[in-house]
Design a protein. Structure first.
Length: 174
């Protein structure tokens, strides 16, 4: 009986260790999965448009191309261009295709000569999302990777439950 109780205690300890390691690893896997499947957002990136102004404060459209900091390169040009959600001078939101044009695959914003852009200040702010270097651009791949953490957690939970059941059976509780 002493050997059996040592075996039971070993199973119990192994079940707790498996459960604790599983909880820690699930957090790490979920964090890395989130990094690889989420786009990165930029809020209020400053773009100084003073270089595009003429002497009369109009916008010279041939000088009004501004590139965002995190512009797409290599595979991102076709698979993951930037997505602009807001472009403004801080108080007035500019209208896409009326006040500015976005060339999303190159990350260029072309400011147009409109009343709103002429009357606005030289400091404009842009909010956009872009894909980081580790972003997984395949939607099937993102879905698959997102499922891994859940299945891993279920597997560890089932192992722990099985071990706890085995301990209960050894102690003749069930």
């Amino acid at each position: 009986m002493v050997t059996d109780s040592k075996k039971t205690v070993s199973k119990l300890i192994f079940a707790f260790v498996t459960l604790i390691i599983g909880v820690v690893l699930v957090g790490v896997i979920a964090g890395q999965t989130n990094t690889n499947t989420s786009k990165t957002g930029v809020s209020s990136e400053l773009i100084d448009i003073s270089s595009a102004r003429t002497a009369t404060s109009d916008i010279n459209q041939s000088l009004a191309n501004f590139t965002v900091t995190n512009y797409p390169t290599t595979w991102k040009r076709t698979d993951c261009p930037i997505v602009v959600s807001n472009f403004s001078n801080g108080t007035t939101q500019y209208t896409e295709d009326t006040d500015y044009i976005v060339y999303d695959s190159s990350g260029i914003i072309n400011l147009l000569n409109t009343t709103i852009t002429v009357e606005g200040g030289n400091s404009t702010y842009i909010d956009y999302t872009y894909c980081g270097d580790s972003y997984l651009n395949s939607s099937f791949g993102r879905t698959s990777v997102n499922l891994i953490g859940g299945f891993f957690a279920l597997a560890l939970m089932l192992i722990s439950v099985g071990l706890f059941y085995s301990v209960a059976k050894d102690m003749e509780i069930v």
